[in-house]
Ligand binder design. Structure first.
Ligand SMILES: Nc1ncnc2c1ncn2[C@@H]1O[C@H](COP(=O)(O)OP(=O)(O)O)[C@@H](O)[C@H]1O
Ligand SMILES: [Mg+2]
Length: 262
């Protein structure tokens, strides 16, 4: 169980992010201290406006004007040049957004291959890698579809494949199921859960308390600060069933066990 010998993948010390000036000055992040070990699956919750997206953007180096310390993979990166940050972002960080953010004029395989352009690989090598990734998400037969020919759930699986194609150190997901129905949500969560089991580090913002059952740690935020921080065994590890749709429902205080209805 002890992971204490491997260095943490993320260390934040007194991290602050300020928006506005003068009277409008406001700390969206107000002194975050957080250590994340490799292989954690973290769910972040909290009321709208508490700083969840800002935190993910800072972690993903999309928002660089911060105060405090940010170490990724043992290196202090908060104050590097924009160019070096962009390189780290493209090589170490995979993003999954609520709105999928696929490039509509590119087909599925080109979307997934996109992050590899920065690696200087040949087009053939990029497409091979993207194709392997898509097959692992059971999207092999959709390679040449355009995004608008896919369902929301399929688009998000393509987006996850794209986020992973670079073998990132961390996967950041901001409400990845926010635009999906419950069934598609649980399929996406199952994918994230499988990635977690393979040793990936995942940090996911969600509004849906049901979805935190997939996580190994649940952090709640309030007013730009961490309010609670709870480690736990993900529900997925506690059960051997292969039907994700039936195991994510927590019995509500009562002792009766309800089955999902179709
Ligand atoms: N670009 C911005 N400019 C000014 N204020 C912002 C900006 N982005 C976020 N904020 C403010 O920072 C706070 C946290 O926002 P956000 O991180 O989006 O919250 P959440 O994702 O938890 O809903 C809010 O008060 C929001 O208005
Ligand atoms: Mg948000």
């Amino acid at each position: 169980m002890s992971d204490t010998k491997t260095p943490p993948v993320i260390v934040l010390k007194q991290l602050k992010k300020r928006f506005g000036i003068g009277d409008a000055e406001h700390y969206a992040l107000d002194g975050i201290n957080l250590t994340i070990q490799k292989g954690e699956f973290i769910a972040i919750m909290g009321p709208s406006g508490c700083g969840k997206t800002t935190l993910l953007n800072v972690l993903g180096l999309l928002d660089s004007h911060i105060e405090g310390e940010y170490e990724l993979d043992g290196k202090s990166i908060a104050y590097l040049s924009a160019k070096r940050q962009a390189r780290i972002r493209s090589q170490q960080i995979g993003f999954v957004f609520q709105s999928f953010n696929l490039v509509s004029r590119l087909n599925v395989i080109d979307n997934v291959a996109l992050p590899l352009i920065y690696k200087g690989m040949t087009k053939l090598a990029r497409q091979k890698k993207a194709s392997t990734m898509l097959r692992s998400f059971h999207l092999g037969e959709r390679e040449f579809y355009m995004p608008n020919q896919l369902s929301g759930g399929q688009m998000q699986r393509v987006a996850i494949a794209r986020a992973l194609v670079n073998d990132p150190a961390i996967i950041l997901a901001d409400e990845p199921t926010g635009n999906l129905d419950s069934r598609a949500s649980h399929i996406i969560m199952q994918e994230l859960s499988d990635l977690h089991k393979q040793g990936n580090t995942i940090i996911m913002v969600t509004h849906n308390p049901d979805l935190t059952t997939y996580a190994s740690r649940v952090i709640t935020m309030l007013d730009g600060q961490i309010d609670t921080d709870t480690f736990r065994l993900p529900l997925q590890s506690r059960t051997s069933t292969k039907k994700p749709l039936n195991i994510v429902k927590k019995p509500k205080a009562s002792t009766t066990k309800k089955k999902d209805k179709k």
